[in-house]
Design a binder for this molecule. Structure first.
Ligand SMILES: NC(=O)NCCC(=O)O
Ligand SMILES: [Zn+2]
Ligand SMILES: [Zn+2]
Length: 466
């Protein structure tokens, strides 16, 4: 395997920023040395990448994607091949996707199915969480085996009754199991039973447009479920990670719990930071493009999310990448917003949108890398192999041009979906070159990766727990 010297850039990790050169050998980071030092002068490699004026950062870790995911009678439109290629374009070199337990099935069947979907098709490395949708004695026993195998996190849903929903008893049992086996419960925190009542009432009153999706999925019902999940986790003595937090009131619940030193963590996504209920109200059924759950909120919620990211009441930004084409998929919900498949595309743009947050003064550069690389790697047992630039780590490296200008558009993105939720949005900063385990998958804007390069990564347990 070729060795690569990345020279002249500003190396940014969650811990420090240094003018340093970085040597990659055999797929790993071999060494870092300060610019112009004797150690740097001694570096030799088969090829040199000039990163002058650029940042050299760890490859992104997106801990929340849904490739080829069944929802609302259809499947998300990116499979593992197209979705991980788009991830590579955007500087994300590891994804953690959600394998699904179908009702009546063993976890093993669901996990095997997800391995079959991904095996030999990925451009970048990947791991799996497991969605629990049928918690009984067998499922509880299987959770222990999965943790030992490297599937160390389990998503449960307080939403979607009749589909993925678990009741409080099932949630408590699964949490008790993780208290013993070291797993981490990831919670979709919305009161789905109450939401379904509001959905029924809205449809009966003729309120069928996409914007009503946002109106019935109330912030208070996200906050209530977040509060309940935290109390159940306390009773179980288990840690909790709340996914796709969008409501200010839910951030408040996380902050209260963290103020008590409870092992409670939270994730938000770029769509909640940049989009709002204004998008859900776009005419001619255009709002359907923005239907996801938890839903987009009124703009006022964004300040609480940015603050939560700064104060560490929220620790991770993932994408919840779950794209459905407008034509033929989102359209399933014309005349009934509850039939619009939930989810939106995003895996390609997370690193750039968070860099824009640095440009806009919401985050520091190191916090950008912390939220997008280091903390998701630690949260899901991948650090220091992933999420940082240190000797011995996988050489997942991005050369990032902080001055390049770009305009996001469906015409130029690489995700397999026929619209962009950020159509026309201008960003400062762009991924230039990407290495995945030392192999170049993107070189100055030309894709050089291949399906099958990406490997399955078994994970350890959450590294924030004592
Ligand atoms: N978020 C969403 O709308 N779709 C994907 C499934 C989930 O994460 O709840
Ligand atoms: Zn969810
Ligand atoms: Zn999701």
């Amino acid at each position: 395997m070729t060795s690569t010297l990345i020279k002249g850039g500003l190396v940014v990790t969650d811990a420090e920023e240094t003018q340093a050169d970085l040597l990659v050998q055999d797929g790993r980071i071999a060494a870092l040395a300060a610019r112009n030092s004797a150690a740097a002068a001694a570096f030799t490699a088969d090829r040199t990448l000039d990163a002058t004026g650029k940042y050299v950062i760890p490859g992104g870790v997106d801990a929340h994607t849904h490739m080829d995911f069944p929802f609302g009678g259809t499947f998300s439109s990116d499979d593992f091949e197209t979705g991980t290629r788009a991830a590579a374009w955007g500087g994300t070199t590891t994804i953690v996707d959600f394998a699904v337990q179908t009702k009546g099935q063993a976890l093993r069947e669901g996990l095997d199915r997800w391995h079959a979907k991904a095996d030999g098709r990925c451009a970048v490395d990947y791991g799996f969480h497991m969605i629990l949708s049928d918690v009984g004695d067998g499922t509880l026993r299987e959770m222990d085996t999965l943790v030992e195998e490297g599937v160390t996190s389990f998503k449960m849903f307080m939403a979607y009754p009749g589909v993925f929903y678990s009741d409080d008893g099932q949630i408590l049992r699964a949490m008790q199991r993780t208290a013993d086996n070291g797993g981490l419960t990831m919670m979709h925190a919305e009161n789905g039973i109450a939401i379904d009542v509001l959905v029924e009432q809205a449809l009966a009153a003729g309120r069928t447009d996409p914007r009503h999706h946002g109106e019935v999925r109330k912030a208070l019902l996200e906050a209530e479920a977040t509060h309940r999940a935290i109390q159940l986790a306390r009773v179980a003595g288990a840690p909790l990670y709340v996914v796709h937090v969008s409501a200010a009131e839910a951030v408040e619940q996380l902050a209260l719990a963290r103020g008590k030193d409870l092992p409670v963590f939270g994730e938000t996504c770029p769509q909640y930071l940049y989009l709002s209920t204004d998008n859900l109200a776009e005419p001619d059924f255009g709002g359907a493009k923005y239907v996801c759950s938890t839903p987009l909120r009124p703009r006022e919620h964004q300040a609480a999310l940015w603050r939560g990211l700064r104060t560490n009441d929220l620790q991770v930004v993932s994408t919840d990448h779950c794209p459905f084409c407008f034509t033929g998929q989102k359209e399933l919900g014309r005349g009934d917003f509850s039939k619009i498949p939930n989810g939106m595309p995003g895996v390609e743009h997370r690193m750039d949108l968070l860099h824009q947050a640095v440009v806009d003064g919401h985050l520091t550069r190191r916090r950008w890398i912390d939220l997008a690389c280091a903390t998701p790697a630690r949260m899901f047992g991948l650090h220091p192999r992933k999420g940082t630039l240190a000797p011995g780590a996988d050489a997942d490296v991005v050369v990032y041009d902080p001055h390049a200008e770009q305009t996001l558009s469906a015409a130029t993105h690489h995700m397999n979906v026929d619209y962009s939720v950020y159509e026309g949005k201008r960003l400062t900063g762009r991924v230039e070159t990407v290495l995945s385990r030392g192999e170049t998958v993107l070189e100055r804007g030309t894709y050089t990766g291949r399906a099958g390069h990406g490997r399955y990564v078994p994970r350890g347990t959450c590294q924030f727990l004592g």
